[in-house]
Design a protein around this ligand. Sequence first.
Ligand code: ZN
Length: 445
Amino acid sequence: MPGIGPRPRSTTIMAVVLGLAATGCAPPRPNIVLVSIDTLRADAVYGKSNRRAETPVLDGLAERGVRFEYAYAPSSWTAPSMATLVSGMHPITHGVTKGSPKAFNQKILHGRIVTWAEALKEAGYRTHAVVTNGHLLADLGFDQGFDTYRHLGWEGNGNVVTRSLLDHKEEIAGSGEPWFVWLHYYDPHLSYLWRYPFAKSESIQKLAEKCAGYRGNVGRVTSRRPNWTVCARAGYLSEVAATDAAIGQALDGLGVRDRDLVVVAADHGEEFREHGGKEHGFTLYEEVTRVPLIIAFPNRWHAGNVVESPVGLVDVLPSVLEYLGIKPSHLYQGKSFLGLVTGEGEQRPLILAVDRFRRVIGIVDGRWKLLKIGDKNRRFELYDLANDPHERKNLYAERREIGDRLDEILIDSYQEMKRRRFKKLETRDFDRDEVKMLKAMGYIE
Ligand SMILES: [Zn+2]
């Protein structure tokens, strides 16, 4: 259940940092891989065996690293969430959302933010990215700090991402300098395909048996199909399994070892009608905001630890920089969660926000989650995630004192984030073909 921290361990962060410093020379910098996976729900990786995909690569990383059981994306669609992961800033402050309610012109990441690539380049790293998804185009500002930034199109397949990475392996890993690689995989995003042979696992077959018309062949799963939820979910899980395999090939091909640092995260989850809706970007329920987060620190630091206190994507960059002994930018709003790994840190409330089609803001504080939905006729929902992880019973009327306490923190945090917001972000126009792609991706109605 959320809110219970990890057991204290004897090794502290300071001991690790000081221990390295005590050798008399600068500690060797580990190579770093950041893997972000589009549209990956936490339960597709962490869930009970009959509801999840087979993900041996991610499981292996969790075994040699730390798994964050309650990691939250700050939003439920790509642009704001990824902007938060790469900048350590909250969406309300970095402001990367859509341009206006009518046009989808996406705001461009501000030049002042200090990305992973910029912070690591400053520390002597070579920096490379291989990404897919139209929201991460170089001219939307996501290329800041990269020596090479390869954007492989709007809906690139994971095998293509891995192949492109390995085609440039020499350029990346051959220089003798430490390197940072960011990979973004898109496969679990709509449309869900049957990824044979990944659809053969028992959990997926059980779902697939109930799915009319399933033949075991690759094909598009559309919402017009009967029994859509089951079919879609089976296809989706096969995409997750295929992504896991593609990540494994990338890490093997790059020669990633125990001494390297690997972070795996997702930008948001996906709804399969748990609360009536589909896809993502509309709500802030657990199915779209709770994502897997696995960090394999060098040399099995706290290997196998599971952190159960809630943490945010906003905290990942400050945490990695603290581990490396690199001073974080004063712009970062996330805080290092390394203390939660060693058992000495305290959890803090996390703010969530989505404003693609309608405004929803929310807060997670330990086991409690408050959502404020809509501007006019605002509705409040309060959930006890420890007893009601699927958010079925709104306790707002019953537990008003908790709702009011969370709302107070939410209002204060929101004001502070807004106060720090970048003024006048530029937007990027999308051309006619790109608008077509945005529609196909479900981003324009
Ligand atoms: Zn996404």
